[in-house]
Design a protein around this ligand. Structure first.
Ligand SMILES: [Zn+2]
Length: 248
């Protein structure tokens, strides 16, 4: 009986309320400028593909007003960095973002997401009944994962390609120095473009790309080439944090 219940809860259509409950409700947030409590605000902690205005605001980054609230005390804008969960029921996907305050190490963050998934879907849930869950550790990574989903791209394939770009290490694309993020604003449909961000400054420094045909070759090969499939599985197996830079 319990199994049947868990199975039902794991169906994408039933996940709508659960992830919101799994993310801690922010309590007692004070303005960092004047210390006054930010009362009556309703920050976003869980949203979905259909929440277009929320997604659009998030995608604007620092230009946007995602979880930005004006303090009633000093009138300054306060940008809240809270744990977030995005769900895409169509693709049975959940993407989590854990801010620095909510984690110590990647392993601890992975364990935290593991516990949430267990709570939501049960310890014995079959893998096909559990949505694809991803962990991200920066808002940029969070936005990237959402953009990949929305553009119908497989993030494992994209991270595998990034991994090989890092391995080649041409033009000083060193995972210790830079991160690569999918450029979802690129209008070139023939290329899979990445913006190169300097890890120290956080600034976009350059860009690199691979032909989109390569993406499709790798994706197709994953289905037919056992060796490649095994390699990708070994790299990302059991991970919620699917990120090429974390492999170095
Ligand atoms: Zn204030």
């Amino acid at each position: 009986m319990a199994t049947a219940k868990k199975k039902a809860a794991a169906k994408p259509a039933r996940t709508s309320k659960a992830p919101a409950a799994a993310v801690k409700k922010p309590a007692g947030i004070a303005c960092p400028h004047c210390g006054k409590a930010l009362d009556g605000i309703r920050p976003v902690t869980a949203f979905c593909r259909q929440d277009k205005t929320v997604v659009a605001e998030l995608f604007k980054g620092h230009e946007g007003k995602f979880n930005v609230f004006e303090c009633a005390g000093c009138g300054k804008d306060v940008r809240l960095d809270l744990a977030l969960v995005y769900r895409d029921e169509e693709h049975a996907s959940l993407i989590y973002y854990l801010p620095p305050a909510d984690r110590t190490t990647i392993a601890a963050a992975e364990a935290a997401i593991g516990r949430i998934v267990e709570q939501l879907f049960g310890v014995d849930a079959k893998s096909e009944d559990v949505p694809d869950c991803r962990l991200t550790l920066s808002l940029q990574e969070f936005i990237e994962k959402i953009a990949l989903l929305e553009d119908g791209l497989d993030d494992r394939v994209v991270e595998f390609i990034k991994y090989h770009i890092f391995l080649r290490n041409e033009h000083d694309i060193d995972p210790q120095k830079v991160t690569l993020l999918y450029n979802f604003t690129s209008s070139d449909e023939e290329a899979l473009e990445f913006v190169i961000f300097n890890r120290k400054t956080g600034k976009a420094e350059n860009a690199t790309s691979v032909p989109m045909t390569l993406y499709h070759e790798v994706k197709d090969a994953l289905l037919t080439d056992k060796e490649l499939h095994e390699e990708v599985c070994t790299l990302f197996r059991g991970r919620y944090y699917v990120n090429a830079a974390a492999l170095f």
